[in-house]
Write a protein that binds this ligand. Sequence first.
Ligand code: URA
Length: 239
Amino acid sequence: MARLDRLLANLGYGSRREVTDLVGRRQVVLDGAIVKDAGARIPITADLPDRLLVSGQPLDPPAPLTLLMHKPRDVVCSHREAGRSVYELLPFRWRARIPALSTIGRLDKDTSGLLLITDDGPFLHRVISPRSHVAKRYVATLARPLAGDETEIFAAGTLMLDGEKDALAPAVLEPLSAAVAQLTITEGRYHQVRRMFAAVGNHVEGLHRDRIGGLDLPADLGEGAWRVLTPAEQNAIFR
Ligand code: URA
């Protein structure tokens, strides 16, 4: 159960005061009846957006909310970084949500592909925890043809990146063509894929993530598009 005014304020519809005004203006309808009391306590169920209308529109999905996005190139994953952010691809109101939405790990500005965004702290930690062994798969387009020894070097579990003191965990490289390769990693070190190829004398020109755990980037989700992650997709990540 939650107080209606607090629920709507936490979903970004305005301050408690503004939400009370909204109720006073008969803009909130639950199960077909106008809500008169902004302090009414209502059960938060998954079907609430089907039952509660605000200004004639279905309520935004309440927390916990996880989104799957096809991140385009040229947008950043952090509020702090300069440039357009992935959060700007979501409804404006969602920037005021409490708990806040944040990306599960990050993709570089120049990287496209599967990105998860959530307000569910335990889920976020479960995905990024090394104990979960959630693999991430990338397709890298390289400046130079593969030399042929990268698969073995990456699989060895001995590769050291510049400035780091621990070797990388084994990673799986599969060449797709002369200068395009699929790389599956289980860690999430800073610029990891780009630095791995730099460590073997190559350079990543294009990078795309197409899989997290057992979850593939849906083929019908175009660049910049996003949708709510289904429970089945959520489970697929840990498969
Ligand atoms: N590795 C990188 O170098 N960049 C990314 O965006 C993700 C993994």
